[in-house]
Design a protein around this ligand. Sequence first.
Ligand code: MG
Length: 255
Amino acid sequence: MITLKSARELDLMREAGRITALVLASLEKVVVPGVSTLELDELAEEIIRKEGGRPAFKGYPAPEPDIPPFPGSICASINEQVVHGIPGLRRLQNGDIISIDTGVEFEGYFGDAAVTLAVGEVGEVQRNLIAVTKGALQAGINAARPGGRLSDISHAIESYVGLNHLSVVRQFVGHGIGSRMHEEPQVPNFGPSGKGPRLEPGMTLALEPMVNEGTYEVVRGDDGWTVVTADGRLSGHFEHSVAITEGEPVLLTVL
Ligand code: MG
């Protein structure tokens, strides 16, 4: 069931979203060659707790029973890693790209957002992938308006990526968000427009295109969490939590 949020709930989501955005803005400043993803994770957790939030990813149960819960406050996914990279001792190198995804719970409500950043000087392929993935998220946000249907968002994202000759990951999708991090509905980043539930004011969605340089196929790595591109080529990821209103869509994960 899709729940519509009250003004009070939206206020709490805005605060969770503000902390989420603060983490990403703070990490952006320290993403440089030589920093480890564990160092980024520790800074993220420190900021979240200082602001009165709880790191929503930390301890998140794995989809399969024999895999431990997610250990980090961020997902740190480098180069061919698509999503759910586990923070660790690996140090970023000049020319890498890194997607940082984080989620915050504040007084029972959630924010979820991601950015993909260039580490030092990156090549044209990396720059283009980052720009197109960011543009795809914006295309999805622009379609998040009352009167439309859910898959209008999906179609807008896929069309934008297709026009730019890159591919959209199909195996992982966006989602409703609110008093749980993952609520109904699922929001695929592909498909025809005009399908699914009608978009209504009060719906809150985490839109998150994952865009690949090569094939859209992805595989799960040995740690049970990290998802990588099947062909080893690059992947980007941007995400905002968004509220549908009577007018313009409102970004919840902003400062
Ligand atoms: Mg998400």
